[in-house]
Structure formats: structure tokens, C-alpha cells
Design a protein around this ligand. Structure first.
Ligand code: ADP
Ligand code: TRP
Length: 321
């Protein structure tokens, strides 16, 4: 089973990214043929700053490695180090119906959030389809927000296979239902673009400030409350043991749940959960030459697979004469 997913290097990773995608990927290392990559070409649709992009790429690499991804047991690389993906993007774009791409809501959402409406931003889903099809992935774990992009990849794979003959595996999305949408501080989906995140590697006062800012209602401590409607409880679910979660659930239902104390408990849980990864990330970032070496080796491995697919595609469409 080939499992593949990519992540943008454009900002601090947050617990939504971690529980929505990264944790699923890392846990698959033993049982599957795993492909993980940093999508710097996609990030260019919103980042036009050399240092931010380059440093963001190295930092995203350090994040994954610190959280437990082992480059010896998977293929881990930077998207732009395998240029074959750009050629496949063009080939797919020649069969991509305008209507299919126009329907993608992520483009509209991003423009509504102030990102410049460039052609690259519009054709973002085609580059993503090329990412997936180039490596013949069977499954792609993503958060709910990427489901539509997966549909585009599936449609393009099927259309290509119909026109040119069986070539691509049609990939399935894997959406972790419990974690499908991790809420942010304000209860909306946690996202960099809403500024409502808890970054994984935050610590001390900065972390405390975010956790204390989780929005809760104005009920009194002794009032009964519905845990399943509470944003704070939803976050606690990600970190607390089942036993402790049940105790807190009882406090909500019977009265006695004090938001302030629960936030302090959550703060400690988050801080402990990522303590080891925080230490490892600092070590990786202190040695960028080693990071580059790991990524280069990964790209060499990925490129071998990419070339096999692209060769077949070129043959199928008539680019080999
Ligand atoms: P953001 O919304 O902060 O810009 P990205 O779009 O870079 O995050 O998402 C990277 C990965 O993390 C994707 O697979 C995405 O589906 C997942 N993800 C992002 N936010 C969440 C969330 N709040 N809950 C669950 N998964 C998420
Ligand atoms: N668009 C994805 C996101 O914003 C990132 C991505 C790019 C991706 N290429 C991919 C995810 C291929 C899975 C597979 O989160």
C-alpha cells in the first residue's frame, strides 16, 4: 500500500496539522510504503519572499523529523527537487476541464482571505494531482478541507486512463473522522489563515497565552454544560487519557467544570506531549547541512519513481516519437 501526503512550508505547524495529517502519516511508517514531502512549489502561491520560503522548507523538514518521521523507513523530500512534477502538471492541465477547477472552493476561500488571485493559485489542484499521480499513490491522508482536491486528482486520473489507456492508480482520500477538523481558539477550523492556531512548538508564556485565549461560554462553574458543544473540551479530547476525559465529561454534565482550571490542565498536557519533539527540532535546526543531506537523499529516491511514471505518461500521450 502506497501512502502519500504533502504539507506546505508556509508557517508554524499547528495541532490541527498534527492531528489532521502528520500523526496519521508518521504512524503508517511501519506498515506501508510511505511518501511524505514538503510542497514548496505550492507555497509559492502565497509566499514571495526568498528567505521565508527557504527557511520555511528547512523548518518543515525539522518539524517532521522531530515528530518522529524516519527518513530511512519512508521517502521524504522537497517537492521542487523532483522537477518531473512540473511536466506532469502541464500534461494533466491539458485534460483538466475548466469547470472542474473552477468549482474548487479553496481558491475562492484563499482569495476571500486576501491571497492574490494568480494563475498558480487557480491551478493549485492540478499541481496537487500531479504530486499524487506521479508516485501512483493508493491512499492520501488529509484533513477534510483537502477532500475536494483529492476528487480533482481522482477525476484527472480516470479521465487520463480513459483517453490514453490504463496509466494511473486512482487514489483514495483517507480522512481521520475523529480528527477531521481540529477546532481553533475561536471554534472555527484551526488554520493559519484564521490566526486561531496553537502551534505545536510554542512553549512557556506564548503557549499559555494561546491556551488561555480558547473561547468558552459564560456559564458559571456550577452550571451543567454540554461537553460536546465546547471548544475547550474538543481540544482536551486530543490530549487527555480516556479516564481523565470521562471525569471531566462528568464535571461538565453535573456541574463543577471550571474553564480556567481545565485550560491550565490542557496547557500542561500540550507542553508535555511535544516536549521531546521540541528538543529534537532544535537539534535538527542547529545542523542545516545534515537536513539538506537527508532531503537530497530523499529526492534521489523519489525521483527514480517519478521518472518511471513520467516515462510511461510521455509514451502514452505521444511525447515519445
Ligand atoms: P492551514 O489551514 O493552517 O493553512 P494547511 O492547509 O497547510 O493548514 O494543512 C496541512 C494539512 O493539515 C492538511 O492535510 C490539512 O487538511 C490538515 N489540517 C489543517 N488544519 C486542520 C484542522 N484544523 N483539522 C484537521 N486537519 C487540518
Ligand atoms: N494542498 C495540500 C494542503 O494545503 C498540500 C498538498 C500538496 C498535498 N500536494 C499534496 C497533500 C499531495 C496531499 C497530497 O494541505
Amino acid at each position: 500500500m502506497k501512502i502519500l501526503s504533502g504539507i506546505q512550508p508556509s508557517g508554524q505547524l499547528h495541532i490541527g496539522n498534527y492531528f489532521g495529517m502528520m500523526q496519521t502519516m508518521i504512524s503508517q511508517m511501519e506498515s506501508s510504503d510511505l511518501y511524505v514531502f514538503i510542497v514548496d512549489l505550492h507555497a509559492m502561491t502565497s509566499v514571495h519572499d526568498r528567505n521565508r520560503l527557504a527557511n520555511g522548507t528547512l523548518e518543515a523538514a525539522a518539524d517532521f523529523l522531530a515528530l518522529g518521521l524516519d527518513p530511512e523507513r519512508c521517502t521524504f523530500w522537497v517537492q521542487s527537487d523532483v522537477p518531473e512534477v512540473c511536466e506532469l502538471t502541464w500534461i494533466l492541465s491539458t485534460i483538466a476541464p475548466m469547470g472542474l477547477v473552477e468549482r474548487c472552493h479553496s481558491y475562492k476561500d484563499k482569495i476571500a482571505n486576501g491571497i492574490e488571485p494568480s494563475h498558480g493559485l487557480f491551478s493549485y489542484p492540478i499541481l496537487m494531482a500531479a504530486d499524487i499521480l506521479l508516485y501512483q499513490a493508493d491512499q492520501v491522508p488529509v484533513g477534510q478541507d483537502q477532500k475536494q482536491h483529492l476528487e480533482v486528482a481522482r477525476d484527472l486520473a480516470q479521465k487520463f486512463n480513459n483517453i490514453f489507456g490504463e496509466t494511473f492508480v486512482v487514489p483514495d482520500p483517507v480522512i481521520n473522522k475523529v480528527m477531521a477538523t481540529v477546532p481553533g481558539l475561536d471554534g472555527r477550523k484551526m488554520s493559519k489563515s484564521y490566526g486561531n492556531t496553537i502551534p505545536i512548538f510554542l512553549e512557556g508564556k506564548a503557549l499559555k497565552k494561546r491556551v488561555m485565549a480558547i473561547e468558552t461560554d459564560a456559564t458559571l462553574v456550577e452550571d451543567p454544560k454540554d461537553p460536546d458543544k465546547c471548544n475547550l473540551f474538543a481540544m482536551l479530547k486530543l490530549f487527555a487519557t480516556p479516564g481523565r476525559l470521562q471525569e471531566v465529561r462528568d464535571l461538565y454534565v453535573n456541574g463543577g467544570a471550571a474553564y480556567g482550571y481545565i485550560k491550565l490542565e490542557l496547557l500542561e498536557l500540550i507542553s508535555d506531549y511535544f516536549a521531546e519533539a521540541r528538543r529534537k527540532k532544535a537539534e535538527f535546526l542547529a545542523d542545516p547541512a545534515m537536513l539538506r543531506e537527508i532531503l537530497k537523499k530523499g529526492a534521489d529516491k523519489a525521483r527514480v519513481k517519478a521518472m518511471v511514471t513520467l516515462d510511461l505518461v510521455r509514451e502514452r500521450v505521444g511525447l515519445k516519437y
